[in-house]
Write a protein that binds this ligand. Structure first.
Ligand code: KG4
Ligand code: ZN
Length: 347
């Protein structure tokens, strides 16, 4: 089974071809970072226009690299949300057009499901497993029980963690996007030289909060301008690591209460590329006799392969979507979860 996947929900235009033997036959990603850099964040109108300009050529490249013609596809998967609605519409309508033209099923994929199932593509993981999804727009702990069965255990009550990285980077005068820049600076700094709060640590449950930490960094910089930015970056990253370890610890307990045999913790989303976080969670998992699965960074950040793979899984389960499937700005992975108090700007 061979599926084309299209991803346009944020600031990456991406297309990939993946098959049911877990082979990524092509995976093309075009980042719009340069277009958004002058604004220090993603501008929805600029993103949508850039997707329109790039999507056709990108899909053509994905097909050429996979050495396939369109009629050799078994399905076409496209992100249908959640995300910036203009961009989502560009990718979804393109997917629909291709599906209609070659008379193959359309798979309208939830972007978060793409992140959630990536570890099955990269590591052939069995259900259930615990997922920590950390990106510019999301910060959630989800129990992945089966295809289409996702139980949200915790989420952020304010900012997403990637957003906090990006804002702290801005305060420190670092480059956009902030996550990789903060990590680089932190590698040259001393996290223990800085005293910062650990929001939510020690509290029951596994929700997150980052706005207090962000404000604390702001206050620190205002009151002690002599501080080295490398030390502040390291202090912030260490605090985030401590918060994550505490929250994931509680989530493991919750997951084990439901599935005593759960064996894996997966990290996904752009922030999963952070090496400090990987080490911190790796240590936690070893202590807990669990295996931490961290897909390669290129498959942690937004990409078409994860959408194609979610399409493979859905097609395999006999699922597909009508050609009038809607594009959705908001689309929770767990329909039973309480609505989030904060409206994520990115997925
Ligand atoms: O998943 P992603 O590519 O896009 C969405 O938000 O959907 O994640 C992007 C986020 C940005 O906030 C970026 O600063 C953060 O991931 N990020 C990192 C690192 N690499 C990317 N944060 C911390 N450390 C990193 N190495
Ligand atoms: Zn994402």
């Amino acid at each position: 089974m061979i599926v084309l996947g299209i991803e346009t929900s944020c600031d990456e235009t991406a297309a990939a071809v993946v098959d049911s033997d877990r082979r990524i036959r092509s995976n093309v990603v075009l980042s719009q970072i340069d277009e958004h850099r002058p604004y220090g964040g993603v501008v929805p109108e600029i993103a949508a226009r850039a997707h329109v300009e790039q999507i056709d050529g990108l899909i053509r490249r994905a097909m050429v690299e996979a050495e396939l013609s369109f009629t050799e596809l078994d399905g076409v998967a496209a992100t249908a949300g959640p995300g910036l609605i203009g961009g989502v519409m560009v990718g979804l309508v393109t997917g629909k057009a291709i599906a209609a033209a070659i008379d193959r099923p359309l798979l309208a994929i939830n972007h978060l499901e793409g992140h959630a199932l990536t570890a099955r593509l990269t590591d052939d993981l069995e259900f259930p497993y615990l997922l920590l999804l950390v990106s510019g727009g999301h910060c959630q702990l989800v129990l992945i029980e089966g295809l289409g069965r996702y139980r949200r255990l915790g989420t952020t009550i304010d900012d997403a963690v990637g957003e906090a990285f990006d804002k702290v980077a801005k305060m420190l005068g670092l480059d956009y996007p902030g996550g990789p820049a903060v990590q680089q600076a932190a590698e040259r700094g001393d996290g223990d030289a800085i005293s910062l709060p650990r929001p939510m640590v020690g509290r029951p449950g596994c929700d997150f909060s980052f706005s207090g930490l962000k404000t604390a960094v702001r206050r620190l910089l205002d009151n002690q301008p002599e501080l080295r930015s490398e030390d502040v970056a390291a202090g912030f990253q260490t605090a985030v690591g401590d918060v994550m370890a505490d929250r994931v610890g509680n989530a493991i307990e919750m997951a084990r209460a439901i599935y005593p045999g759960v064996a894996h913790v997966v990290i996904a989303g752009g922030v999963a590329a952070n090496s400090h976080l990987r080490q911190r969670l790796g240590r936690l998992c070893r202590e807990q006799d669990l295996i931490l699965v961290a897909p390669p960074p290129a498959l942690c950040t937004d990409n078409g392969a994860m959408i194609a793979w979610a399409g493979v899984e859905r097609l395999h389960a006999g699922l597909h979507d009508p050609l009038d499937a809607p594009a959705r700005a908001r689309w929770p992975l767990d329909p039973d979860a309480k609505p989030m108090p904060f409206a994520g700007k990115k997925a």
